[in-house]
Design a protein around this ligand. Structure first.
Ligand code: S3P
Length: 168
């Protein structure tokens, strides 16, 4: 297999697992948030602040269309499944993996991540984060071919499971 796309909520480990997976597979990793930052020339938090959610989603769609045939591991942003157009593209990709985790663990990770400021989760209560999470779950599920339960597992264990599922 020459491309694996990781999807899932903020804090699901898409970047960390993606890094390790790419290392194990000996292929490049493309991190959507980084590709977007390179494109917009500012942080995602600043961009949300200046241009809002809808403009960010359009850039996310443009990046997905640009990378959809690239070989390697693609670590997407948590909101990639929000647009119909993106879900249609994802469904055509052979190895889309949903990294699923318990909401409590996601909240814990997102609210304790000082390196990565996420405008949608920053200064939000657990109930507010849950309100973003719930409607997204069916969208992740319908977009993925493979679902990996990650709660309580190390990145190494998750990578081993992904490789097993994709038959490597
Ligand atoms: C977002 C998730 C973030 C980033 C942006 C919006 C979302 O990526 O793209 O802050 O809507 O879930 P991560 O999932 O990598 O945190």
């Amino acid at each position: 297999m020459n491309q694996i796309v990781l999807i899932g909520f903020m804090g699901a480990g898409k970047t960390t697992v993606g890094n390790l997976l790419a290392e194990k597979m000996g292929c490049p990793q493309y991190d959507f948030d980084q590709l977007i930052v390179d494109k917009i020339g500012m942080s995602i938090a600043e961009y949300f602040d200046q241009y809002g959610d809808a403009a960010f989603r359009d850039i996310e769609t443009a990046v997905l269309a640009e990378v959809d045939t690239l070989e390697g591991v693609l670590s997407t942003g948590g909101g990639i499944v929000l647009k119909d157009k993106n879900r249609t593209l994802l469904k055509k990709m052979p190895y889309v993996v949903y990294l699923k985790a318990d909401l409590s663990e996601l909240i814990q990770r997102v609210t304790h991540d000082e390196e990565n400021v996420r405008p949608l989760a920053d200064s939000k209560t657990p109930a507010e984060i849950e309100a973003i999470y719930r409607p997204r779950v069916p969208l992740y599920e319908e977009s993925a071919r493979i679902i990996i339960e990650t709660t309580g597992k190390t990145p190494e264990e998750i990578v081993t499971e992904i490789l097993k599922q994709v038959g490597e």
